[in-house]
Design a protein around this ligand. Structure first.
Ligand SMILES: Cc1cc2nc3c(=O)[nH]c(=O)nc-3n(C[C@H](O)[C@H](O)[C@H](O)COP(=O)(O)O)c2cc1C
Length: 427
C-alpha cells in the first residue's frame, strides 16, 4: 500500500508532458480495435523496441493480448477529437475512418505511424505492459498532440491564439454575466455579436440554475449600436433590395428584442460610456438599467437617416414617457447619466468603478428569492403591458396558485418566522 496521497501523486505525474497515441489492432474475428494511450515509449533502437501499457479494465485487452501485431499512431496536434473518441467506450470508434482491410487498422492524418510485432507482454500492476518490435514506420512530419496537466497542451496554446469571443458568458452564484466583447468597436452590434448575444441570452434563460443576468460591455462603452460599416455594406456593396433589407432586419438585429422579450430570467443592464442608437435600445430591453457616471445615451438613428429598427420607438416611450422619448428620437440629443436618471431611463447612477459591483449586488438581491417566483414576477411585469387589468389579474391568480403550493414559498415564510436565512430547494 502506498504511504503517500495517491491524488497528489497523480497530479505530480500529470505535470509530465506526454505525446498522445492511438494503438490499433484486430480482434480474433478480424474486427478493428483501438485505444488512446499516452504511456508509449521507445525503449531500444537495436532492435527497435517500443512499449506502451493497457489498463486491465480496458475492453480491448483480450484483442491486444492475442494479437500478433499492433500499430501505434502518434497523433497530430489537431487530432484531439479523435483522441477523445478512442478514449471513450464508443461502440464504433472507427466510424467514418478509411482504415484498410488487412493488418492493424491505419488511422490517417497522424504525425507518425509505427507497425509492430508483439514481442512481450509484462505484468504491470493494474496495467499490462506491451512491448513491440517496430517492423514498419512512416512519418507525415505533422506536429504532435501533447497531453499535459490533464488536458491537451496544444489546445491550451490554440485557445490562447484563438480570436476572442464576440460575447463572454460567465456564471457566478446563479448570476450569468453577459459581456459584449468587441471594445475596439465600442461593442457595435455586428452580425457576429448579434448571434453570440442571442445565443448567450437563450442559454441563460434556458438554464434553471440562472436566476438573474447582468448585461454589460467590455471597454469604455456599453454599445455603440449597429455596425455602421456593416450597415453601409448592405446597400453599397451587397446592393440589397428593400425586401432583402427588411429580411436582414428580421433575421439579424430584431432577434435581440424578440429574445429579450421572451425571456423569463430578469436582465440588469450595467451601462458605462456610450449607449448609442441600437445600444441605447439594447439597454432599454433590460428589466433594470443602472449607469456609470460617464454614461451617455442617444437615440441617434436620424443622424444617419434611418429609424430605430430594433424596437426603440416601442420600448423608449414605455420607459421615459412619450414626450421625452419623442424628444430623444427626433433630436438625436446626447443624454448624460444625470439626465438619464432624471428621465427615468436608468434607475441609478454610480461612480464608474462601482458599476459592476453595484450591478452584481442588485443581481444577488434578485437571486436571493425563490427562482420560480423571480421568473414569474418578471413575466407578470412584461405581460402586463399588453393585457387588460382583468386579464392581468387572472394570470396573476393562476400563477399565485402555483407558487403558493411550492416548497420554496413555504420555506420563505418559515425562514421569516424563524428569523433565519431561507434554504430554497428550487421546487
Ligand atoms: C490522453 C489519454 C491517454 C490515455 N492513456 C492511456 C494509456 O496509456 N493506457 C490505457 O490503458 N488507457 C489510457 N487512456 C484511457 C483509454 O483510452 C480509455 O480507458 C479507453 O476507454 C479504453 O478503451 P477500451 O475500453 O475500448 O479498450 C488514455 C486516455 C486519454 C484521454
Amino acid at each position: 500500500m502506498a504511504h503517500f496521497d495517491p491524488r497528489t501523486y497523480r497530479n505530480a505525474l500529470g505535470q509530465f508532458a506526454t505525446g498522445v497515441t492511438i494503438v490499433t489492432t484486430r480482434d480474433a474475428e478480424g474486427r478493428a480495435v483501438g485505444v488512446t494511450a499516452n504511456s508509449f515509449n521507445s525503449v531500444s533502437l537495436d532492435p527497435p523496441l517500443v512499449l506502451w501499457s493497457l489498463a486491465r479494465s480496458a475492453r480491448s485487452m483480450a484483442a491486444f493480448e492475442q494479437a500478433g501485431q499492433f500499430a501505434v499512431h502518434i497523433l497530430a496536434s489537431d487530432q484531439d477529437e479523435l483522441s477523445n473518441r478512442f478514449a471513450s467506450r464508443a461502440e464504433d470508434k472507427f466510424a467514418g475512418l478509411d482504415f484498410g482491410d488487412t493488418g492493424p487498422p491505419r488511422i490517417p492524418g497522424c504525425s507518425a505511424r509505427l507497425v509492430c510485432n508483439t514481442r512481450h507482454l509484462y505484468e504491470g500492476g493494474d496495467h499490462v505492459i506491451m512491448v513491440g518490435e517496430v517492423i514498419d514506420y512512416e512519418s507525415e512530419g505533422r506536429p504532435p498532440l501533447l497531453f499535459h496537466g490533464g488536458t491537451y497542451a496544444d489546445r491550451i496554446a490554440r485557445e490562447a491564439d484563438a480570436p476572442s469571443p464576440p460575447v463572454r458568458y460567465a456564471v457566478e452564484d446563479r448570476i450569468a454575466t453577459i459581456t459584449l466583447n468587441r471594445p475596439e468597436t465600442r461593442n457595435a452590434l455586428s452580425e457576429e455579436v448579434i448571434g453570440a448575444l442571442v445565443a448567450a441570452l437563450e442559454v441563460a434563460d434556458a438554464d434553471p440554475g440562472i436566476d438573474c443576468v447582468v448585461l454589460t460591455g467590455d471597454g469604455p462603452g456599453f454599445c455603440s449600436g449597429g455596425n455602421i460599416k456593416q450597415i453601409k455594406a448592405l446597400t453599397a456593396e451587397q446592393h440589397m433590395s428593400p425586401m432583402e433589407l427588411e429580411n436582414w432586419y428580421k433575421t439579424q438585429i430584431q432577434r435581440i428584442p424578440l429574445t429579450m422579450d421572451r425571456m423569463s430570467v430578469p436582465v440588469i443592464a450595467a451601462v458605462r460610456g456610450h449607449a448609442i442608437g441600437a445600444g441605447c435600445d439594447l439597454a432599454c430591453m433590460a428589466d433594470i438599467r443602472i449607469a456609470a457616471d460617464d454614461a451617455v445615451f442617444a437615440e441617434s438613428f436620424l443622424r444617419v437617416g434611418i429609424i430605430p429598427g430594433d424596437g426603440g420607438a416601442w420600448l423608449l416611450p414605455r420607459i421615459v414617457g412619450l414626450a421625452k422619448a419623442s424628444q430623444m428620437m427626433l433630436t438625436g440629443e446626447f443624454i448624460n447619466a444625470a439626465k438619464a436618471e432624471l428621465y427615468g431611463l436608468v434607475s441609478e447612477v454610480v461612480p464608474a468603478a462601482e458599476l459592476m459591483p453595484r450591478a452584481m449586488e442588485l443581481a444577488r438581491m434578485v437571486a436571493q428569492f425563490p427562482p420560480a417566483a423571480i421568473r414569474k414576477t418578471k413575466r407578470l411585469i412584461k405581460d402586463a403591458r399588453d393585457v387588460s387589468l382583468a386579464e392581468h389579474l387572472d394570470q396573476a391568480a393562476i400563477w399565485q396558485g402555483v407558487l403558493q403550493q411550492m416548497d420554496d414559498h413555504r420555506e420563505a415564510i418559515d425562514a421569516i418566522l424563524e428569523k433565519r436565512a431561507p434554504n430554497f430547494q428550487r421546487k
